[in-house]
Design a protein around this ligand. Sequence first.
Ligand SMILES: *[C@@H]1O[C@H](CO)[C@@H](O)[C@H](O)[C@H]1NC(C)=O
Ligand SMILES: *[C@@H]1O[C@H](CO)[C@@H](O)[C@H](O)[C@H]1NC(C)=O
Ligand SMILES: *[C@@H]1O[C@H](CO)[C@@H](O)[C@H](O)[C@H]1NC(C)=O
Ligand SMILES: *[C@@H]1O[C@H](CO)[C@@H](O)[C@H](O)[C@H]1NC(C)=O
Ligand SMILES: *[C@@H]1O[C@H](CO)[C@@H](O)[C@H](O)[C@H]1NC(C)=O
Length: 451
Amino acid sequence: MRATDWLLVLAFLPSIVLSQHVDICNAKPKDLPLEPRCSYRSPDVETPDDHTPEPEVVPESTNPRVWELSKANSHFALSFYKHLAVSRKTEENIFMSPISISTAFAMTKLGACNRTLEQIMKVFQFDTIKEKTSDQVHFFFAKLNCRLYRKKDKTTELVSANRLFGEKSLFFNETFQNLSEMVYGAKLLPLNFKMNPEQARITINDWISNKTEDRIRDTLPTGVLDSNTILVLVNTIYFKGQWKKKFDKKAVFSSDFQVSSSRTCQVNMMFQETKFKYKHFPEDEVQVLEMPYRGDDITMVIILPSRDTSLSQVEESLNLKKLNGWLDQMTETSVSVSMPRFKVEDNFNLKEMLQELGLTDLFSAENASLPGILEDDSDGLFISNAYHKAFLEVNEEGSEAAAATAVLAVGRSFNPYREVFQADRPFLLFIRESTINTLLFSGRVVDPCDQ
Ligand SMILES: *[C@@H]1O[C@H](CO)[C@@H](O)[C@H](O)[C@H]1NC(C)=O
Ligand SMILES: *[C@@H]1O[C@H](CO)[C@@H](O)[C@H](O)[C@H]1NC(C)=O
Ligand SMILES: *[C@@H]1O[C@H](CO)[C@@H](O)[C@H](O)[C@H]1NC(C)=O
Ligand SMILES: *[C@@H]1O[C@H](CO)[C@@H](O)[C@H](O)[C@H]1NC(C)=O
Ligand SMILES: *[C@@H]1O[C@H](CO)[C@@H](O)[C@H](O)[C@H]1NC(C)=O
């Protein structure tokens, strides 16, 4: 077996940008030569509970396949989140971009065959898409990307950038390169890994930090690239949104945050009282609030456990059905919101997490099957590692739509019917594209102290 390996890098940030290939957004399947090397058709599996087709309504002007793909991504997002959550200490924050993980691995799927392909299909839930042709997944991914990254509002930046960095002495299969560029906007840039892996590492890290407005730096640690590296795949996602109803700077006050039963800290608490989508679900012991960014299609969903319920209890029982159930039942409500200003930075080894979920062959020199990537069909390719780094900052900025906001004096309210949403204890958060319900980011804020 050839001593070549393949490294996958993911760098994420809440704020994203897609390629110049606008044409894919209008293309029909037959217009595109989207024929990956291998396809996987799942045998007619009994769908587990979560996947039972609900008699649900596909949103207007949404391709039903794109809708399904988005749902598959959300299933993956939650199972991955839950897996990560139990591997962390209860007092640690979490932040990541599940859609970017799905996107990056869908790119590896372009060149995958056999059991490697099957595992990608299963772990990322691409096998739940009715049209059981794996080749079509790329087409619908492209359509989903068109949907997510088109601009609706000048003040909201949602940008994703993808790139392949390949060893310059090798020839990469042209079909693979073309597909990857067409679907994911990921052009191949040749680098000299063999002679100068350290320089290549710096080039890649610089590219990532450039695409993420300098928020994500040093993604690849020293020493992870060596002269055996042949391909590095990078996906970045960047989001910057202004609240549709921003918090008044003058209404920020210092307050206690209950990190755990034995620890509190001081945070800068933001406050506003206005109408948001909101509901209290006593039987699930949570309050759920959805705050839109300008442009309305991207929102932050906050799930706040009741005061005597632990965040891990809520995490354990969470699944897509439950989350969507909550989102469907929420209504515009007058609510007085207090939430801390915070920053979350996170990074983790994706390889370990995904291996535990069943994605093993892709990372195995012995078992990986990625014949579609190099010209000569060489077999010895595998992914040596995968990194994920993410960042989120939330503050009172947001929207300039101050006129829509009715901020009263801090802590005082003249509306006796308002609901109170006081995020002074750990909560879950999701940033989603709400018209197609794609989870762009997910995380938990347990420790917003010292900021
Ligand atoms: C590149 O991949 C395509 C499909 O995956 C295959 O048909 C073609 O033969 C490959 N080209 C070379 C030169 O190996
Ligand atoms: C893997 O896929 C290739 C086609 O690319 C096929 O020739 C080979 O037999 C497959 N191997 C296994 C173990 O299924
Ligand atoms: C790849 O794209 C280039 C440029 O668009 C084109 O000239 C070439 O024929 C394509 N190759 C394949 C194998 O599709
Ligand atoms: C990223 O690179 C482009 C082109 O080189 C440059 O114009 C831009 O200012 C850079 N952005 C950042 C944040 O460094
Ligand atoms: C490769 O696959 C075989 C057969 O499923 C398995 O026994 C072995 O542990 C795998 N090797 C690695 C490194 O995952």
